[in-house]
Design a protein around this ligand. Structure first.
Ligand code: 5GP
Length: 653
């Protein structure tokens, strides 16, 4: 059900959109069904606003005369809160009674200001050389000197002074011209002296030009798509432009019979306007009453609406934290995520799918369980951020999943092996507690951009199953440009051969020395061959880096973890084999005739490597053809010189 909270998740096992608590009020891709919604007349709207306010007032009065338990259970929860405490919900974000009005909003002596402007204009006129500009300034000065204008300005200042207490920081409207026309219409039949005077003032071309200029400036100051008016203390009227290419980006939830803004998503019109906030109760949209509606109905209604949307809201009573600039966190995902397959996502339409290895830009962690993020490269064509599971939340549910799986296995084990001895059971218990260690669960790794310095090139690690061609590619690079590429000289415990020199083919070391270094983690990889130990040390790799050349490594996947924690900043390229048939042809050109099961094994091994270690790969080359593969390898290596790359932030600390 939509009203359920975090702990209600488990019951929401159905994969249907209905089971989600929040509903996106609109989503990208909905445009086809957008229809311009009729606009409600402003006077009717005012009447309804008064009605809502009257309702609130009555509730407060009633509250004085009856106990808390008498509150109508069918009434809006927000209204109830308001009725319990008249102060709650009086949330005019632009007004703080303790705040001193700013100088801009407060003109104590408007005529003195006018005199100041006149002096400034005279001075400006004096400085101007061309006749046209001088004439323009002259006209403006004449306007400022006119009795009518001065009177109007005095009134305007007085009104501003009043209004500044309500909204001193932003223009109240960008439609002053329209308002003047509306007032003129009302005054048409007026024969009263004041009415006639006001009519003359409003029809004055200079005054009209002033209003036009005002609207022009106000339009620039206000976010393009919205106009806000605050009417009264408890109800907020918000106008938003629902453009074709900018989704509204908000979700709603049901709270008793109320419809409440549940989440404001970055990148949508709601967020950029700053006018809709989490917790605001929606009373009306374009004159359509919302209270009592199911969120799905609200969603359907908004699908039909396009253009200017007028929301009537009871502002959230939550104290808004001071707006702070969110820092973007860049992460690499270590798991695949598909929101359509996640019964926990609060709003499926806003879920962001990603794959293991993707770079995600996390722009909001306001909700620790559901972060808002963009996939790298998607920011320009996807204005709205998507929801992804937060790190701890993901770790917790993965732990839970593992625990359940382990328990099921344990249960099954008990059934078919009732004889299991105590010792074995104890062993299983240790495994079990190990799997529940949160930090063992890979979710996201924080990443930063890193541009390799010209004199310290990142080592390139080529990974791939035997016969995928990674060794051939490495050999080719080394033979073509030996001054640019080099290998790390390995260590061995075997004795040197006649032509070999210590430090050239190998570093010849004793077995105890090799083993001691192995114990202290000095080797990226090692192996035993013919009773001798062989291995590549981090020092050998560092030696190549310090020489200014690019160290080419050909590694087994099990070495990746060590390599990554070595501070050598490797760039890992996975060389994937092509299809079985293509692989057979390629190997035939090298004179190899593998059996079909051997070919299959190469492909399966590659799949396994990708599955288990894919998140460590910086790039993948499918070796369809040696030539394009070699070209691609060079291109990727050159890119490290020209473009910064994402690396774990921990590498840069
Ligand atoms: P050799 O003693 O004939 O030079 O090499 C014997 C084997 O040791 C070869 O198969 C070679 O692949 C392996 N080998 C050489 N260097 C290394 C190394 O750094 N690490 C590992 N694991 N094996 C190596």
């Amino acid at each position: 059900m939509i009203t359920s909270h975090m702990n209600g998740f488990v019951q929401e096992a159905s994969g249907q959109a209905k089971s989600h608590r929040e509903r996106a009020v609109d989503c990208p891709g909905d445009e086809s069904s957008l229809v311009k919604a009729p606009h409600s007349g402003s006077s009717a709207q005012m009447e309804r606003i008064q009605h809502y306010q009257e309702e609130l007032r009555k509730r407060r009065e009633e509250e004085g005369g009856r106990g808390k338990h008498d509150i109508d259970p069918n009434a809006s929860l927000r209204l109830k809160k308001l009725s319990q405490n008249p102060k709650v919900g009086i949330d005019n974000p632009t007004f703080d009674s303790k705040e001193k009005p700013t100088k801009d909003a407060l003109t104590l002596d408007p005529l003195a200001d006018l005199e100041e402007w006149l002096t400034a204009l005279k001075w400006a006129q004096h400085c101007l050389t061309d006749a046209q500009s001088q004439q323009d300034v002259e006209l403006t000065m004449q306007l400022l000197s006119k009795e009518d204008f001065r009177n109007a300005f005095t009134i305007y200042s007085a009104v501003s002074l009043q209004r500044s207490k309500v909204s001193p920081n932003s223009p109240l409207t960008a439609q002053a011209e329209d308002l003047c026309l509306e007032v003129q219409k009302i005054l048409q039949s007026s024969q009263q002296k004041e009415g006639l005077e006001l009519k003359a003032l409003l029809t004055n071309p200079q005054f009209q030009a002033l209003m036009q200029a005002h609207d022009c400036v106000a339009g620039q100051e206000m976010p393009e798509e919205n106009v806000t008016q605050y009417v009264g203390e408890t109800v907020k009227l918000v106008r938003l432009e629902k453009a074709r290419d900018t989704p509204l980006g908000a979700t709603v939830r049901n709270d008793m019979d109320s419809v409440v803004v549940s989440r404001v998503v970055k990148g949508g019109a709601a967020e950029s306007s700053g006018l809709l906030s989490e917790g605001d109760e929606i009373l009306e949209i374009n004159g359509v009453s919302i209270r009592g509606k199911h969120v799905n109905e609200v969603h359907d209604l908004l699908q039909q609406m396009h253009g200017t949307l007028t929301f009537l809201l009871i502002p959230s009573s939550q104290i808004k934290p001071a707006p702070h600039r969110q820092t973007v966190m860049h992460v690499r995902a270590y798991f695949d995520y598909d929101p359509s397959d996640d019964p926990f996502v609060p709003c499926r339409e806003l879920g962001l799918s990603f794959q293991k290895g993707d770079i995600l830009h996390v722009i909001s962690q306001d909700d620790p369980n559901w972060w808002q993020a963009y996939r790298d490269g998607d920011e320009d064509n996807q204005p709205l951020a998507g929801l992804i599971p937060g790190k701890s939340f993901q770790q917790q549910r993965e732990t839970l999943k593992k625990t359940i799986t382990d328990r099921t296995r344990e249960q099954q084990g008990k059934i078919w092996s009732a004889k299991k001895n105590k010792k074995q059971r104890k062993k299983n218990a240790t495994v079990f507690s190990k799997t529940t260690d949160l930090e063992d669960i890979l979710t996201y790794e924080e990443m930063s951009l890193y541009h390799q310095p010209a004199n310290r090139k990142r080592p390139i690690a080529l990974i791939g199953p035997t016969n995928s061609g990674h060794d051939e590619l490495r050999r080719r690079l080394l033979s073509i440009e030996p001054e640019k590429f080099a290998v790390a000289v390995p260590h061995t415990t075997r004795t040197s051969r006649i032509h070999e020199r210590n430090g050239r083919e190998y570093h010849f070391v004793s077995r105890p020395a090799f083993e001691a270094d192995l114990g202290t983690g000095k080797y990226i990889e090692s192996g035993e061959y013919g009773k001798n130990l062989y291995g590549t040390s981090t020092d050998s790799v560092r030696h190549v880096i310090n020489s200014g050349r690019i160290c080419m490594l050909s590694l087994h996947t099990r070495s990746l973890q060590v390599l990554r924690s070595s501070n050598l900043k490797p760039y890992v390229i996975f060389i994937a084999p092509p299809s079985q048939e293509r692989l057979r042809t390629l190997l035939a050109t090298e004179g190899k005739t593998p059996k079909p099961e051997e070919l299959k094994e190469v492909i399966e091994k590659a799949r396994e490597m990708e599955h288990n270690f894919g998140h460590f790969f910086d790039a993948t080359i499918v070796n369809m053809d040696p030539e394009p593969a070699f070209y691609e390898l060079r291109r990727l290596i050159e890119k490290l010189d020209t473009e910064p790359q994402w690396v774990p932030t921990s590498w840069l600390c």
